[in-house]
Design a protein around this ligand. Structure first.
Ligand code: HEC
Ligand code: HEC
Length: 342
């Protein structure tokens, strides 16, 4: 994985072509890209969904991916900071899984390259799902005999039930968690009535004040980069504002915590802005409760601008047009636990 700290000069050059009339608005594709060694198939998605909902992947048998990423709603948990096994609090806000399939790196600090890599993280994270190692999780799933046919359907009769097949299945399910055809997408595809007047003003303001310097592309998370290459930006870029102290925006070093390099301190992967109406509170530490306030914070810390109330209201109206529609989710049936496993 590469850390590419895009210099603001490079970004400025990129944004000249995006400003004004020429803004490059893109609709979200109808399917998410999948790696060559893990094509998305219906059987894999079905298995992945079961594993995603299965709390037996956690040490206590109580915490599943779904616990912190509720796909019946915004794909997150609405807590500033997540709670895992034994109700221990982690250090960061749970990002949404909706449209994570379009991100080129995973986690706020981009420390996982792909959804496949990411899925192995929480299982052994001591305060998330708390398994001592991945082998323990694999052994659990192997011992639930009725999982076997689902793995065979998904990967063929010789499949090894191991961390890779588990992660691949979960990732395949996550690639179905996408929300094309929001009001914004329909507008970009030519339906002029899809956005109301405030939303259209907000779209213009979002571009004119410079949000698109970072939140560009179909997922509003930056340019379309190869998997494993993150689009990182400094947050706060302009630290001389009262918001930094008020919301503790410099307590966590972000990318610098992963690489140990001072030049990576406070670099963060640019997140998606889709479905924000469902994912309060905001930012990596979940410190900001409302969307208008998050927009004001971004204006001050990233653009050195105090946005007017009108600009904030219009931009929020525009951001609301990036929500949904969500493909319907139903809870899967899970295979039974053998009595001697408890
Ligand atoms: C205890 C709560 C918790 C559980 C359980 C959990 N996650 Fe997460 N998840 C988080 C948090 C918090 C982060 C962000 C951590 C960070 O960036 O440092 C995260 C990040 C992610 C991301 C990255 C999204 C992005 O925008 O970068 C994905 C995808 C994800 N989790 C999927 C899963 C899957 C799949 C499982 C089950 C195997 C799972 N999570 C289990 C809390 C949880
Ligand atoms: C210089 C790059 C940059 C610019 C310009 C920028 N952002 Fe951001 N934005 C980021 C980064 C990086 C984050 C992640 C911050 C973090 O780690 O908490 C972010 C986070 C956000 C979030 C919180 C997302 C979440 O899930 O919690 C919102 C909302 C947001 N930006 C909106 C905007 C708006 C609106 C504008 C224009 C007023 C804007 N941004 C301008 C880089 C930028």
């Amino acid at each position: 994985m590469k850390t590419t700290a895009y210099s603001l000069a490079a970004v400025a050059a990129f944004c000249i072509s995006m400003n004004g009339q020429a803004a490059n608005w893109q609709a979200l594709p109808d399917t998410a890209p999948a790696p060559q060694d893990n094509p998305t198939t219906a059987a894999k998605v079905e298995l992945g969904k079961m594993l995603y909902f299965d709390p037996r992947l956690s040490s206590t048998g109580t915490v599943s991916c779904f616990s912190c990423h509720n796909v019946m709603e915004g794909g997150d948990d609405h807590r500033p900071i997540s709670l895992g096994v034994h109700s221990q609090a982690g250090g960061r806000n749970a990002p949404t899984v909706w449209n994570a399939a379009f991100l080129s790196v995973q986690f706020w600090d981009g420390r996982a390259d792909s959804l496949e890599d990411q899925a192995k993280g929480p299982i052994t994270n001591p305060i998330e799902m708390g398994m001592a190692n991945l082998d323990m999780a694999v052994e659990r799933i192997q011992r639930i005999a009725e999982y076997r046919p689902y793995f065979e359907q998904a990967f063929g009769p010789k499949v090894a039930i191991d961390e890779d097949s588990i992660a691949k299945a979960i990732a395949a399910y996550e690639r179905t968690l996408i929300t094309p055809n929001s009001a914004y997408d329909r507008f970009v595809k030519g339906d002029n009535k899809a956005l109301n007047a405030a939303q259209q003003r907000g779209m213009q303001a979002f571009n004119d004040v410079g949000c698109t310097q970072c939140h560009s592309g179909a997922n509003f998370s930056g340019p379309n980069l190869p998997v494993g290459q993150g689009f990182f930006m400094k947050f706060p870029t302009y630290a001389d504002t009262a918001y930094v102290e008020k919301y503790q925006l410099q307590a966590d070093k972000g990318r610098g915590e992963v690489t140990g390099k001072t030049q990576d301190n406070h670099l963060w992967r640019v997140p998606t802005l889709r479905n924000l109406t469902y994912t309060a509170p905001y930012f990596h530490n979940g410190s900001v409760k409302s969307l208008p306030e998050a927009v004001r914070v971004m204006g001050a810390t990233q653009l050195n601008k105090k946005l007017s109330d009108q600009q904030v209201n219009d931009i929020v109206a525009f951001l609301q047009s990036l929500t949904g529609p969500f493909p319907e989710q139903t809870m899967p049936r899970l295979p039974p636990t053998p009595g001697d496993m408890l």
